[in-house]
Design a protein around this ligand. Structure first.
Ligand code: F6P
Length: 355
C-alpha cells in the first residue's frame, strides 16, 4: 500500500549525535526525490508545540553531512509528554499539513513517536544516540564517531601518562550502557574496564596495576562507563592511588563525545536509515524503528523494541515476559542472551590482552 502523503516532518530529539545531520539530509532529499515535501521541525517535539518549523528544500541540507550536532537542534520537551502537549502536537501537525514524521533520537524520542502514531500521526523512528543502547538495533547513529573521539583523546592521555608514570581513569558516556566503554577500552589498550553489564573486581584491577608496574609498565588507562554511578570514578582514582602508590588522575570526557564530524560509518548508516524511514512512511507503515542488524538495514516494531530493551536491561517483570507470544518470547530472550554474551566475550578478551 502506498500512502498518498504530500508532506512529512522530520525532527531530532534527545541528546544529539554526530550523523544526525546526515540522516536529516537523507530524509529531506529522499522524500523530495519521491515528490514529497519535508517540514523541518526545530528543537524536537517542542517545535510542534511552538510551531517552530520550516519547509526544507534540497539545498537547505547542503553541506551538513560532514557536521556534528543537528541543524534542526534538539530538546527534551516535558510538556510534550502530557496529554495536553500531545493534543497540541497533533493539532499542529494537522494545521501544518504534516502527514507523518520521521523522528531521530533514542528511547525517549521513540516513546513520543509511539504516542503520536497512536493519535493518528504516523511516525517512524531512526535511532540516533552515541550510547548504542537501543537493543533492537546493533547500531545507533553517532556511536562510531563518539568512539573515535574517545580513542583520539585517550591516545593523547596515554602520552602524558607514560612521561609521568601515571594512571588515568577515563570516564566515558553511554548512559546506563557500557558499549562505548568496552569497545574503547579494548581499542586504547586499557588495563581495566568498568561497565555496568559485568561485575567489577576492584582488587583484581589493583593487583594487576601493581604487578604490571613492578614489571616496568609506566602508563595505565582504566576505562569507566558513566553507568557505573556518580561517584564511582572518583572513588576508584583514590583507591588506585592509595593502594598502588601510582599517581592517578580522572579524565571525564563528557560532552566532547557528542560533537565532531561524523565518521564514514555514521554518515553512511545515517543516510541509509533516513532513506529507509521515508520509504516506510510512504508505504503506509508506522510505529517502526529502522534498525541495522547483521550488516543490513531492517525494521522492528516500536513495541517490540521497548520490550526487548526492558528484557536486556533486566527491567521486565516475569509476568510481562510470560505474557509474550511463545515465539516472540523465545526470540527476545535469545537476543537478550546474545547481548550479554557480547559484553562477556569482549570483557574476557580485554583481560587476556591487558597483561
Ligand atoms: O544519551 C546521550 C547522552 O550523552 C548520554 O551518554 C549521557 O548520559 C546523557 O546523554 C547526557 O545528557 P545531557 O546532554 O542532558 O547532559
Amino acid at each position: 500500500m502506498t500512502k498518498n502523503f504530500k508532506r512529512i516532518g522530520v525532527l531530532t530529539s534527545g541528546g544529539d549525535a554526530p550523523g544526525m545531520n546526515a540522516a536529516v539530509r537523507s530524509i529531506v532529499r529522499g522524500a523530495i526525490s519521491r515528490g514529497i515535501e519535508v517540514m523541518g521541525i526545530y528543537c524536537g517535539y517542542r517545535g510542534l508545540l511552538d510551531n517552530d518549523m520550516k519547509l526544507l528544500d534540497a539545498r537547505d541540507v547542503s553541506n551538513i553531512i560532514n557536521h556534528g550536532g543537528t541543524m534542526l537542534y534538539s530538546d527534551r520537551c516535558n510538556k510534550f509528554k502530557t496529554q495536553e502537549g500531545l493534543d497540541e502536537a497533533v493539532a499542529s501537525c494537522r494545521k501544518n499539513g504534516i502527514d507523518g514524521i520521521v523522528t531521530i533520537g533514542g528511547d525517549g524520542t521513540f516513546r513520543g513517536a509511539t504516542d503520536l502514531s497512536r493519535l493518528g500521526i504516523p511516525c517512524i523512528g531512526v535511532p540516533g544516540t552515541i550510547d548504542n543502547d537501543i537493543s533492537a538495533t546493533d547500531y545507533t547513529i553517532g556511536y562510531d564517531t563518539a568512539k573515535n573521539t574517545v580513542i583520539e583523546m585517550v591516545d593523547k592521555l596515554r602520552d602524558t601518562c607514560e612521561s609521568h608514570a601515571r594512571c588515568n581513569v577515563v570516564e566515558v558516556m553511554g548512559r546506563n550502557a557500557g558499549y562505548i566503554a568496552i569497545d574503547c577500552g579494548i581499542a586504547v589498550g586499557s588495563t581495566g574496564i568498568a561497565i555496568p553489564e559485568i561485575p567489577f573486581d576492584r582488587e583484581k584491577l589493583i593487583n594487576s596495576i601493581t604487578h604490571l608496574s613492578k614489571n616496568g609498565k609506566r602508563n595505565f588507562i582504566v576505562m569507566v562507563s558513566e553507568g557505573m554511578g556518580s561517584d564511582f570514578s572518583e572513588t576508584l582514582v583514590s583507591e588506585i592511588q592509595e593502594k598502588t602508590g601510582i599517581e592517578t588522575r580522572l579524565a571525564r570526557l563528557a560532552h566532547v563525545q557528542r560533537g565532531g564530524n561524523p565518521t564514514c560509518e555514521d554518515r553512511l548508516i545515517a543516510t541509509q536509515m533516513g532513506d529507509k524511514a521515508v520509504e516506510l512512511l510512504l508505504q503506509g507503515l508506522y510505529n517502526l524503528v529502522v534498525c541495522y542488524n547483521k550488516g543490513k538495514i531492517c525494521t522492528e516494531k516500536m513495541e517490540y523494541a521497548f520490550t526487548l530493551d526492558r528484557i536486556v536491561k533486566n527491567k521486565a517483570t516475569v509476568e510481562e515476559i510470560e505474557k509474550l507470544e511463545p515465539d516472540v518470547r523465545e526470540d527476545m530472550l535469545r537476543r537478550a542472551a546474545e547481548k550479554k554474551a557480547h559484553f562477556q566475550e569482549l570483557y574476557e578478551l580485554a583481560e587476556r590482552v591487558s597483561i
